[in-house]
Design a binder for this molecule. Structure first.
Ligand code: FUB
Length: 357
């Protein structure tokens, strides 16, 4: 009798366990997001925001489903044009201004229009964009327009001396303009040595105990179309003054840089890529060096993390993306949320989603 009871008890326990497991598997995960996608009619990513004529203009990548499987080279990011968005107010509707530049109108273009940025000078708007040439090597191109929303006309060749991806353009209070650029892995930055391209290394992982590969920074000429002087490293140092090492994946630069100036200091911000953080480092000059200060955004939903930071009507905002709408790495959507500087100059940590229990 005792044996029968024990057996029945064990069967009941197993059944209960099974029920709990099945229920757990079937229960869809509920996620609470910090912000809503700005638009839903197309997929957008890598938002570079600027305030022009009292409005916010957003220069994003336009993600499409090209049917290419994911790989570390980023072949699945096979974008073919840009759409520019604008916002009259934070929290208000975003306007999609349609195609601003198409890959077919870029004479030197091969494939993959990645994260762009924009700038304004003397009545002209400049759109800077990374694109692989016909030999499959990334360079940075520039296109111009009299309207911040385009359409833009591309220059016939890439910017002389440019390479890799993710241009971010910053104009200082004295009118000098700088471009930050670069990205490792699929962004090809690790393949460039002394101004020459060598297709010999896939990632930076071989350089674990050497200084990590740095983002690049260069001054732009007054014509905004050419580099003015040599391309330099935007060096990030640790608190002891040593360069971050290649193995330091939680802190080292990967891609997606940005620059903003706050209370006279230069905040160099970037993605740590394969560890999915946004990190920041602070310097006294736009050319660096910058001292590592920490993470300020936890990983978003999705693999890539790319952002921009602006001040609008006295408040600071960060534009970023995740893959809330599609759940797919290469079909992303742009979002915005406030960014706060603490009294000591640090940036308050941002968490973009919570899994509800
Ligand atoms: O959108 C393509 C690439 O993914 C960007 O250039 C990177 O910053 C990453 O977001």
């Amino acid at each position: 009798m005792f044996k029968l009871h024990l057996k029945l008890f064990m069967l009941a326990a197993a059944g209960l366990l099974c029920f709990i497991q099945v229920s757990a598997q079937q229960k869809p995960q509920k996620i609470k997001y910090l912000s809503e996608p700005l638009i839903k009619n197309i997929y957008t990513a890598d938002p570079s925001a600027h305030v022009f004529n009292g409005k916010i203009y957003i220069y994003p990548s336009h993600d499409i489903d090209a049917g290419i499987p994911e790989n570390d080279n980023g072949d699945h990011f096979a974008m073919r044009d840009y759409h520019i968005l604008s916002l009259d107010a934070i929290g208000g509707p975003a306007t999609d201004h349609g195609v601003a530049l198409d890959i077919k109108d870029i004479p030197w273009g091969g494939r993959q229009l990645w994260a762009p940025d924009a700038a304004y000078k003397n009545g002209t708007y400049y759109l800077y964009f990374p694109l692989k040439d016909k030999k499959d090597i990334f360079h940075i191109g520039v296109a111009t327009s009299k309207n911040p929303a385009g359409p833009f006309k591309a220059e016939p060749k890439p910017m002389e001396g440019s390479f890799s991806i993710d241009p971010a353009v910053f104009t200082d209070d004295n009118g000098s303009t700088y471009m930050y650029f670069g990205g490792i892995w699929g962004g090809q930055l690790q393949r460039w040595k002394d101004g020459k391209y060598a297709n010999d290394s896939k990632t930076d992982l071989h350089a674990d105990n050497s200084p990590s590969i740095n983002c690049k920074v260069v001054k732009l000429k007054g014509n905004m179309l050419e580099f003015d002087g040599p391309v330099r490293d935007a060096v990030v140092l640790d608190s002891a003054g040593h360069p971050l090492l290649g193995k330091d994946h939680d802190r080292r630069f990967f891609e997606g840089s940005w620059m903003h100036k706050y209370k006279g200091k230069y905040y160099f911000t970037y993605s740590t890529g394969d560890t999915h953080f946004l990190a920041y480092a602070i310097g006294k000059s736009p050319m660096g060096p910058f001292t590592y200060a920490g993470h300020f955004m936890l990983p978003v939903q999705g693999w890539t993390t790319h952002h921009s930071i602006i001040e609008f009507k006295g408040k600071w905002y960060i534009f970023y993306h995740d893959d809330e709408l599609s759940g797919k790495t290469s079909l992303r959507n742009v979002k915005v949320t406030p960014l706060y500087h603490n009294a000591d100059g640090t940036i308050k940590m941002i968490n973009t989603f919570t899994v509800l229990k």
